[in-house]
Design a binder for this molecule. Structure first.
Ligand SMILES: NC(=O)c1ccc[n+]([C@@H]2O[C@H](COP(=O)([O-])OP(=O)(O)OC[C@H]3O[C@@H](n4cnc5c(N)ncnc54)[C@H](O)[C@@H]3O)[C@@H](O)[C@H]2O)c1
Length: 284
């Protein structure tokens, strides 16, 4: 399956993760159209991709030059540009109503045979698939941040996902030199159902004064060999996205264990959304 060729990938949503997804596939030689509703997000995405491409190449000379990566990318606010895509990856804000709208729009732009992957932290893929006319072409592709660096993609089979669409997703991931693991649909899938609870509980420890931010992160890194502490991880994801993901898990499971920590809410209200804002639990 991995010799399947893709003419052009459409990546919708160019925020923290969408820009990284576009970078990953441009780096592996695919033509990528990155669509975002906000021109400012596209400008930031281009600048971040340029900076990261330079840094990744310094660390690994086998990677293409920054100009090659940028040359494979087209940046646009026009969703109509998706008409040329033969695989679409949607990465817009973690909001069910927004996803519903954009999936209906994507449906109108691309042929029924084109696979559409939803990159979401917690929304069930079967729920997203129900927003479009072709639920069999919708799969979940949960990328880890930053996608060009992380070796694994969690692929999710929704109730109606076809083997053809799932196979195309796995082939695409393999072409970018990454591994994938296929799991069944559930809110938060495997990774985030556990990880969101863990980072939220770490926030409660700080909120209750049990330990400070540095101490919590250092304990996880030193005791368990984690590369990043839970609060650094939350900052990297984006605290707004963490809160939205917890809201969805809370709503989907009707289980109070997913209630977002008040300290998380306060940081989001203050615009201190983590690394992308220069400030969250840590300063950047
Ligand atoms: N941040 C992570 O580590 C991470 C990892 C895996 C999956 N995700 C998921 O990926 C999605 C995006 O997360 P993010 O952290 O990049 O969020 P973000 O807030 O950084 O970026 C979202 C982008 O979507 C754009 N957007 C919103 N509505 C749009 C529309 N209708 N059409 C086009 N663009 C639109 C926004 O302008 C913004 O640039 C979410 O569903 C999130 O749960 C995030």
């Amino acid at each position: 399956m991995s010799d399947r060729t893709f003419r052009r990938l459409g990546v919708v949503g160019g925020g923290v993760i969408g820009a990284g997804v576009a970078h990953l596939f441009a780096q592996s030689g695919h033509a990528v159209t990155l669509v975002d509703a906000a021109q400012g997000a596209l400008d930031t995405a281009r600048a971040n991709i340029a900076g990261n491409a330079r840094m990744y190449r310094m660390l690994d000379k086998a990677l293409p030059d920054r100009e090659v990566v940028l040359g494979n990318l087209t940046f646009t606010t026009d969703l109509m540009a998706l008409a040329e895509a033969d695989f679409v990856i949607e990465n817009i804000t973690e909001n069910v109503a927004a996803k519903a709208e954009v999936h209906a729009e994507i449906d109108a732009m691309v042929g029924a045979e084109v696979p559409v992957a939803a990159n979401t932290s917690a929304i069930p893929i079967t729920r997203i698939a129900g927003f479009g006319a072709y639920p069999e072409r919708v799969i979940g592709m949960h990328f880890m941040n930053p996608p060009p660096v992380m070796p694994m993609v969690e692929i999710i089979r929704g109730t109606h996902s076809s083997d053809t669409a799932l196979g195309a997703g796995a082939a695409l991931v393999a072409q970018a030199g990454k591994q994938s693991i296929l799991v069944n649909d559930s809110p938060g899938f495997v990774t985030n159902r556990v990880m969101m609870l863990m980072v939220n509980e770490a926030m409660f420890l700080v909120h209750e004064g049990v330990a400070g931010v540095q101490e919590v992160d250092r304990l996880f890194k030193t005791c368990f060999g984690h590369k990043m502490g839970p609060l650094e991880t939350a900052d990297l994801i984006g605290l707004d996205t963490v809160k939205l993901s917890l809201d969805i898990l809370y709503d989907e499971f009707n289980d109070p264990k997913y209630r977002p920590c008040p300290l998380l809410k306060r940081l989001v209200y203050a615009g201190q959304t983590g690394r992308k804002a220069g400030r969250g639990f840590h300063h950047y």
